[in-house]
Design a protein around this ligand. Structure first.
Ligand code: PLP
Length: 399
């Protein structure tokens, strides 16, 4: 049988592969510490769960408008305006199945076969594959460790061709937690300000920024580019709601309408109960308190992780400014051996670490950089201590 050649070119998510392998070991009763998953370990706040039950009790179980429940769209734009100095109208927002579907719809709405979508390295694992699914070409841009993996204006300029259609910016970032200051974003966008290039700003970790740093949304810095900017955000990371699948795309009506068209013939509206609960969540004053408390906990975990990692010879990591990941350089350990097995790159490193010392991490190759691994610090401090101590033992045993 002849299956799609487009789909044959899509890689399976490598982050999911590692966590599945770890889950198999856990199911067998092994004591695995998993730094793999990209999700909070906190439960969804109680008042959000209650709102879902209430929605079901009230019988809110039918379809909603494809682009989202009006009450949720209203809450989302109001919440956005209370965080950032920009007011979207309710026809400039779409509710999708997580940030992932926002990206898929947004890219599908603008892509033609020759189009190139710029993605700075390292990148979140799904960007390249979503671009391919949308029918465009991912073009990777190298960044420098010295610049904390932040794209410079010169690097951006050198990557633009006549086919450049859009750029994806992710700040705070997955996998390394870098964050662009206002002036860095301004310098960057100045390069494309006079060009017909769309900007997809993935701001899903906007509330997970540490050390009192303030996040500015791309749209408040460049309101004049509103036709070209699409903001990705959602409930998953900030509100510990990864499984609820509620994401938001904020952008021009033209772009949002096209995204809604795609959604209307693919998934239709996001789960109605999850939409009601999300609306209640965004309207609730308790929400900010929960986020602030959790942010402090994440910051303490980040500091602990940085301290523990700094004691391990052979591993190098930049302390992340936001999100909940460390992107760790393992170059010094490549070609070393454990029990006769050689570390050839991030895949063998992750595999051997899981097999030998029962620690799950994500190979950097999933983010475009094979000399790195990613660990999440959305884990209890005890687990972080135990897991990093096992990593230290593993590294010590390498010959
Ligand atoms: N963007 C980034 C950078 C992410 O790390 C993720 C999830 O890992 C997403 C988007 C999508 O999140 P979701 O689809 O759960 O909202």
């Amino acid at each position: 049988m002849n299956y799609s050649t487009k789909i044959a070119k899509i890689e399976e998510s490598k982050t999911i592969a590692v966590s599945s392998k770890a889950n198999r070991l856990i199911a067998k009763g092994e004591n695995v510490i998993s730094f793999g998953a990209g999700e909070p370990d906190f439960p969804t706040p109680e008042f959000i769960k209650k709102a879902a039950v209430e929605a079901m009790d009230k019988g809110y179980t039918g379809y909603t408008s494809v682009s989202g429940l009006p009450k949720l769209k209203k809450a989302a734009v109001k919440h956005f305006a209370s965080n950032y100095s920009y007011k979207y109208s309710t026809n400039e927002v779409i509710v999708c199945n997580g940030g992932k579907q926002v990206l898929y719809n947004a890219l599908s709405a603008i892509s033609n076969p020759e189009d190139e979508i710029l993605i700075p390295k390292p990148y979140w694992v799904s960007y390249t594959e979503i671009v391919k699914l949308a029918g465009a070409k991912p073009v990777l841009i190298e960044t420098k460790t010295e610049n904390k993996f932040k794209l410079s204006a010169a690097e951006l300029k050198n990557s633009i061709t006549a086919n450049t259609k859009a750029i994806i910016i992710n700040s705070p970032s997955n996998p390394d937690g870098h964050f662009y200051s206002k002036s860095e974003i301004r310098d960057l966008i100045e390069v494309i300000i006079d060009k017909d290039i769309f900007i997809i700003s993935d701001e899903i970790y906007d509330k997970l920024l540490y050390d009192g740093q303030e996040f500015s949304s791309m749209i408040e810095l460049f309101p004049e580019l509103k036709e070209r900017i699409l903001i990705v955000n959602g409930m998953s990371k900030t509100y510990s709601m990864t499984g609820w699948r509620v994401g938001f795309g904020f952008g021009s009506k033209k772009w949002i309408d096209r995204m809604a068209k795609i959604q209307s013939h693919s998934t239709s509206n996001v789960n109605t109960i999850a939409q009601y609960a999300s609306a209640k969540a965004l309207e609730n004053k308790e929400l900010e308190e929960v986020i602030n408390e959790r942010r402090e906990i994440y910051q303490a975990r980040r500091d602990l992780t940085a301290e523990l990692l700094s004691d391990i010879k052979g591993l190098e990591a930049i302390k992340p400014a936001g999100a909940f990941y460390f992107f760790i350089n393992i170059s010094e350990l490549i070609s070393k051996k454990i029990n006769g097995q050689e570390i050839k790159g991030s895949l063998t490193f992750s595999d051997l670490l899981l097999e030998e010392n029962k620690v799950a991490v994500v190979p950097g190759i999933a983010f475009g950089m094979d000399n790195y691994i990613r660990i999440s610090f959305a884990l209890s401090e005890d687990k972080i201590r135990e897991g990093i101590s096992r990593i230290a033992d593993f590294v010590r045993e390498l010959e």
